[in-house]
Design a protein around this ligand. Structure first.
Ligand code: 5GP
Length: 253
């Protein structure tokens, strides 16, 4: 059988050519990176968890009419997605201060924001994904004003959906990052939620204890990342059992 063509390899995922034109296969790796890949590790089972969680969130979004790139899960680590043209911006929505916002503005982590705040960062690892203003986005033609309005609307709908879902299982959605892609239909484009939505790209805190259940566990050495993600999946009913901690295959001599 011919090997699949690799389209792109990122820090946590690989994109392969899909079975039909206009599709890709998205493979979730176990690699964890932080601080622009200065900190790296392999967390067994992370890819499986993120594949399942991202599927769960994307299907939930589709069910409330928010378009996404997701088509179907193929196996433990792979999903079939629509090929999209990724807009080179990270769209961040914050409900509580944390991370770079706390640093930048001197706000204590966990401070409730007066309303959800949407930020844009320019996707460029060599620059450390800098925060940019709408002025930059329009001037440098990364997106149009109409795109920006649509991106903010999409991001806020994702926030409403994700916040409610998480609140229902005792988790506070502090902030999250999404990426948005364009799908072309002849001369018409539509924007869809792309990439992934998972504890790699969200801050999730237990409402009662404040325990972190997201990638900050890895960034800040707070314990087992796989356990934290498994807890999120368990609460959401995504994993019926501890399916990610299955033993690796062993060689039989
Ligand atoms: P911060 O700007 O505070 O570092 O991040 C805000 C939110 O966006 C956090 O939930 C964080 O996980 C997410 N985020 C920001 N940049 C990235 C990124 O490059 N990759 C991923 N996976 N998440 C990011």
């Amino acid at each position: 059988m011919a090997r699949r063509k690799k389209i792109y390899e990122g820090k946590a995922k690989v994109l392969y050519e899909g079975p039909e034109p206009g599709t890709f296969v998205q493979y979730f790796k176990d690699d964890a990176t932080a601080f622009n890949a200065e900190k790296k590790d392999v967390i067994e089972g992370k890819g499986v968890l993120n594949n399942r969680l991202s599927e769960f969130f994307m299907i939930g979004l589709e069910n409330i009419g928010v378009p996404t790139h997701f088509l179907k899960r193929i196996n433990m680590r792979e999903q079939l997605i629509r090929q999209v043209e990724i807009i080179p911006l990270e769209v961040i929505v914050r409900n509580y201060a944390a991370g770079t916002m706390s640093k930048r503005l001197g706000l204590e982590e966990g401070t409730r924001l007066p309303r959800p705040i949407v930020e844009f960062c320019y996707k460029d690892d060599s620059l450390g994904d800098p925060l940019v203003a709408e002025e930059h986005i329009i001037a440098f033609n990364w997106a149009t004003q109409q795109d920006l309005d649509d991106m903010v609307a999409l991001a806020l709908r994702v926030n409403d959906f994700m916040s409610g879902l998480m609140y229902g299982v005792g988790i506070k959605l502090v902030d999250f990052k999404i990426e948005i892609g364009r799908i072309w239909d002849n001369d018409f484009q539509r924007l869809v939620v792309a990439d992934e939505i998972s504890p790699d790209s969200c801050r999730l805190w237990d409402i009662e204890t404040g325990q972190k259940l997201d990638k900050d566990v890895f960034r800040r050495d707070l314990g087992s990342l796989a356990d934290a993600y498994t807890e999120v999946a368990r609460r959401l009913g995504v994993l019926p059992s501890n399916a990610t901690h299955m033993p690796k295959p062993t060689l039989i001599n």
